[in-house]
Write a protein that binds this ligand. Structure first.
Ligand code: AMP
Ligand code: ZN
Length: 121
């Protein structure tokens, strides 16, 4: 395992253990949602498993319903705040743009004419 993949040095493990302060948006038993430090759109939120899994392949299927719960709850919060839609983005591997090697899902709230149409496939 490279240092970057090592959970001892993993920033998201520290966030999950509440050792690094973040703005928490939602949490359930196995997932934590918090504001991304680089807000690509207003309300940009990361949803992470509390345990260290490297990417979506590593993430057990048994956590699927809790993951969906966390994504939907964050989306509902953003829609209530006035978002008109949202993108879910998820990078796996450095060649796909994954920088933090702890699985995570980006939730990007969207609004008409927000200038971020490039997030839509
Ligand atoms: P990715 O390119 O998919 O690995 O995205 C990693 C994301 O984590 C980026 O959008 C960063 O802005 C975000 N990030 C990294 N460190 C922190 C942190 N300490 N608190 C909040 N967001 C972070
Ligand atoms: Zn980790």
């Amino acid at each position: 395992m490279t240092k970057k993949n090592n959970k001892q040095d993993c920033i998201f493990c520290k966030i999950a253990k509440k050792q690094t302060p973040v703005k928490i948006v939602y949490e359930n038993d196995n997932f934590l949602a918090f504001l991304d430090m680089n807000q690509k759109t207003s309300g940009h939120t990361l949803i992470i498993p509390k345990k260290h899994f490297i990417n979506i392949i590593d993430l057990p299927e048994s956590l699927g319903s809790e993951l969906l719960d966390a994504i939907k709850r964050v989306a509902e919060i953003r829609l209530k705040e006035g978002a008109e839609g949202f993108n879910i983005m998820q990078n796996n591997g450095k060649f796909a743009g994954q920088v933090i090697m702890h699985a995570h899902f980006h939730l990007l709230p969207r609004k008409k004419g927000d200038g971020h149409e490039h997030y839509s496939i």
